[in-house]
Design a protein around this ligand. Structure first.
Ligand code: S3P
Length: 435
């Protein structure tokens, strides 16, 4: 995202945050349901499609690939057309769009250039192209690891993959490539990561924890991509943290995604004493959906272990902000993957907490936060990372004085409504301005 440079000033919340709010469609689910239209032979109609820029990026790439996208106030309709080759796909800030498209296109006829914004162009891509190359994919990367990429569609053969890292983007890219490969593609990961691709494709896991696809998967599975996309569970996490930061708060979020592999933050917070109630009320496209209610609670220190990390990877910046208000030491272990997100989130989180007056240490890839001391409002940069902008805006709710987030409008990458909602819930504690 190239932020337009708006800054946000946040004052401490003087009253509890109370209310109910609706969230636009989950980013991971929205992007998958849109991109999977590439192998649907009929129109795909999506309601509550994610409003974030990453979700729009996926639609722009589909248009570049020759699909027609109609946008109305109520729904997005994707009408399938022949796959267009020879075009450039601008994935802007969206790692999910880039990595899933590599898998989707690797075995199709055509050649494509893929590029991204400055942040996406710094992120590692060999983690996707290496397993795809084992299947016969031909994808050239700048410096062997970065965008821009040239994807040259080629014949693929299925094979077994034991992934080194638990990454849903890598796993999904390999499974999607396997749909157009000869033979069986099997993927196993070291720890379970989000399973939206597997749920949409209706896949089952073998007793040895392999996910399997082949070229018949698409014929035998009736994939119905249509329907309402549940609210974004990662956006919900910001409101959970806000409610837990400000005494007396209670926030309710209906129709939100409640996929267990995205909900590790419920457990991390409940173990620390948080009152979080999640009621599953239905299943949409194989995904559990329901209502989330978070009440302010007194918390014990947080302890996030290595095995928990894939299930709450995107929520860590917000959880570290919460840890600053909990007396004693919170620990977040094995955060190596945070270093290759939209920014080096481990470093940025540590630097920002320090700037707010928190005693914090990075020990290898672990983060240790000594909470309980008062936060001092200060000036912080978002580094054009949406989750950093939103997480540290929440710190402003409990810091003394004013907290300023520069380039805060990058929140629009996943949650364009965030600052307006925050302002509403805090009765005007937020000012957006052009510095
Ligand atoms: C995503 C997977 C995660 C996550 C990202 C979305 C997805 O990335 O951080 O925001 O939709 O598959 P990794 O696969 O790199 O862990």
């Amino acid at each position: 995202m190239v932020s337009s440079g708006l800054s946000t000033r946040i004052r401490a919340a003087r009253e509890p945050l109370r209310g109910s709010l609706a969230l636009s469609g989950d980013k991971s689910v929205s992007i998958r349901r849109a991109l999977f239209a590439l192998f649907s032979h009929r129109d795909v109609r999506l309601q509550n499609y994610g409003t974030g820029e990453d979700c729009q990026t996926a639609l722009l790439c589909l248009e570049a690939l020759g699909q027609t996208v109609e946008r109305t106030a109520d729904e997005i309709v994707i009408r399938s057309g022949p796959l267009r080759s020879g075009v450039t796909l601008d994935c802007r800030n969206s790692g999910t769009t880039a990595r899933l498209l590599m898998g989707l296109l690797a075995g199709r006829d055509g050649t494509w250039i893929m590029r991204g914004d400055e942040s996406l162009s710094r992120r590692p891509m060999a983690r996707v192209t290496e397993p795809l190359a084992k299947m016969g994919a031909r994808i050239d990367l700048a410096d062997g690891n970065k965008l821009p990429a040239r994807i040259m569609g080629s014949a693929l053969s299925g094979c077994d993959h034991d992934l080194r890292i638990a990454s849903a983007q890598v796993k999904s890219a390999v499974l999607l490539a396997g749909l157009h490969a000869d033979g069986v593609t099997r993927v196993r990961e070291p720890l379970p990561s989000r399973d939206h691709t597997e749920r949409l494709l209706g896949l089952r896991q073998s007793p040895e924890r392999f996910w399997m696809v082949d070229s018949t998967t698409l014929e035998t599975l009736p994939i119905d991509l249509d329907g309402v996309i549940p609210g974004d569970i990662s956006s919900a996490a910001f409101w959970a943290v806000a409610a837990l930061l400000v005494p007396g708060s209670e926030i309710v979020i209906p129709r939100v995604l409640l996929n267990p592999l995205r909900a590790a933050w419920f457990d991390a917070l409940r173990t620390a004493g948080a009152d979080i109630q999640a009621h599953v009320e239905g299943v949409v496209c194989n995904e559990p959906v329901g209502t989330l209610r978070i009440r302010h609670s007194e918390l014990r220190p947080l302890h996030v272990r290595a095995a928990d990390v894939p299930g709450l990877i995107d929520e860590i910046p917000a959880l570290t902000v919460l840890a600053t208000t909990i007396p004693n030491t919170s620990r977040f272990e094995e955060l190596r993957e945070l270093r290759v997100k939209e920014s080096d989130r481990l470093q940025v989180v540590a630097d920002h907490l320090l700037a707010l007056g928190v005693c914090v240490a990075v020990e290898g890839d672990d983060l240790v936060v000594n909470g309980g001391a008062e936060l001092r409002g200060t000036d912080l940069n978002s580094y054009d990372d949406h989750r950093i902008a939103m997480a540290f805006a929440l710190a402003g709710l409990v810091a003394s004085g004013e907290t300023t987030i520069h380039d805060a409008d990058c929140a629009a990458v996943s949650y364009p409504e965030f600052f307006a909602e925050l302002n509403k819930l805090t009765h005007d504690s937020v000012v957006m301005y052009n510095p």
